[in-house]
Design a binder for this molecule. Structure first.
Ligand code: 5AD
Length: 452
């Protein structure tokens, strides 16, 4: 039985795509290799959002070619996902040992192509075509583990693509136009996950707040996305709902109200800000002002006072002045994000920003990155420290990855809590008292021990 190893770069959408490809291969009789060394097939699921994510995957492939190809000439090596989509055959021209280049609308063809390559009926396969209906093909789950080791949380892909065309972003080119699955299809998938032990789902898409915009009409003032949240919320046995990534412009009053109305919807929101300068937001083609962003945060905090708000910020967008950057710092101080992901601007192929004058010099990128990171981390640490002594609800996912003796759960605000637990806690919602904090980790003591 051939074995496959998949390495994933980038976002949760990529993790989900890798899981679906792995599930598909397992269904065809493949086993999953724990690492690349013994695998018959090695697939790299790639990210194109910044240049260094692409370089990492290319370096890894060069390394695999050097290590594996010589000792095992029959190994199948492939790129899939965003970089495969944007670079296509060029990847094989650059790395002739690569056998497969599989685009973002073709994940469901992975097993067929790998079979053909292993059997030797084809020597190279590049498939980066568009495919109608491909948004509904990412639905198989691995749900690893025995009945005793149930998977507690799962990602569910609800849509593909993005039509926002932010001037810095490659995603509309790698993921294509927005296409959404139907509410019934998504609910069916969530329901079957719950039947198999899942307690929390994260609804995924490149711009989830635009879900179903073209196909599903407003109903009682509710957008398609909120109608989907309502429908998923109905599922018995499902305890928690999350989603990512939204766009700030999608936080209409119907979504804010959904936070107030739907108890399963976790009080956690990742709202990508990108910049605190209105001038830059406009050039970025973001479609909101800082004032609008602040109003959304205020409304969400009113609806759910404990909501955890995280964001993405780009430093050094072309033409970013010191004044623009200081406005970002100032907005960071004003909002007090629970955490932020900071990205140094990276010019991307075919995006308008890559051709803009005044690209920011590397030293300034580094310097602004450091200054923003210091501020963001300081605020995040204060927020973490405020939790010490408080009792929070966690959903226990399983043993901690770093230390198997500890168990790990997440708070509703999506913070990781470690505690001395056991298998009996897996899948349970439990209250823990936070005793201390580590860097982006909380340590807790179970407040209730009656779960046996
Ligand atoms: N350079 C740097 N960061 C980027 N992002 C998207 N495109 C770029 C780019 N060209 C960041 C944005 C987005 C996150 C996923 O990646 O902040 O929200």
């Amino acid at each position: 039985m051939p074995s496959v190893y998949i390495k994933t770069y980038g976002c949760q959408m990529n993790e989900r795509d890798s899981e679906a490809v792995a599930a598909q291969l397992v269904a065809k009789g493949y086993s999953l290799a724990p690492n690349e060394h013994a695998a018959d097939v090695v697939l790299l699921n790639t990210c194109s959002v910044r240049d260094n994510a692409e370089q990492k995957a290319i370096n890894k492939m060069e390394n695999l070619v050097g290590k594996l190809r010589k000792s095992r000439p029959s190994v199948v090596l492939g790129f899939m996902g965003c970089m495969a989509q944007s670079r296509g055959k060029q990847l094989i021209d650059q790395l002739p040992d690569v056998d497969l280049v599989l685009g973002t609308q073709k994940f469901h063809r992975a097993a067929d192509y790998v079979n053909e390559l292993l059997a030797g009926t084809r020597r190279k396969i590049v498939d980066t075509e568009e495919e109608t209906g491909s948004e509904a093909t990412i639905k198989e789950h691995l749900l690893l583990g025995t009945a005793k080791e149930k998977q507690v949380t799962a990602f569910v892909s609800i849509m593909q693509g993005c039509n926002q065309y932010c001037t810095f972003c490659i995603v509309p080119y790698t993921r294509g136009e927005e296409r959404s699955r139907t509410i019934a299809d998504i609910v069916d998938e969530c329901r079957s996950l719950v039947e198999r032990g899942v307690r929390e789902v994260t609804l995924l898409g490149q711009i989830v707040t635009s879900y179903g915009k073209r196909d599903i009409k407003l109903k009682d003032g509710k957008s398609a996305f909120v109608q989907l949240l309502d429908a998923v919320h109905e599922i018995d046995g499902l305890e928690r709902i999350r989603f990512t990534s939204p766009h700030p412009k999608g936080y209409g009053d119907d979504l804010v109200e959904a936070y107030a109305r739907l108890p399963k919807l976790c009080e956690s929101a990742h709202i990508p800000l990108q910049s605190g300068s209105d001038r830059l937001l406009k050039i970025m083609h973001r479609g909101y002002t800082t004032e609008r962003f602040l109003t959304i945060v205020e409304k969400l905090r009113k609806a759910r006072p404990n909501i955890g708000i995280t964001t993405d910020i780009i430093v050094g967008f072309p033409g970013e002045t010191e004044e623009d950057f200081e406005q970002t710092l100032s907005l960071g101080r004003q909002v007090r994000f629970d955490n932020s992901y900071i990205f140094k601007y990276s010019p991307r192929k075919d995006t308008p920003a890559a051709a803009m004058p005044d690209q920011t010099p590397q030293v300034i990128l580094e310097e602004r990155n450091q200054r923003l990171l210091t501020l963001i981390n300081e605020i995040a640490a204060e927020k973490y420290n405020q939790l010490v002594g408080q009792t929070v609800q966690i959903l226990v996912e399983g043993p901690s990855r770093k230390n198997e003796a500890r168990y790990m759960g997440r708070t509703r605000c999506n913070r990781i809590v470690l505690f001395d637990g056991g298998e009996r806690h897996r899948g349970h919602l439990m209250d823990v008292k936070i005793t201390r904090t580590g860097s982006f980790t909380l340590y807790g003591d179970p407040a209730i021990l009656n779960l046996d």
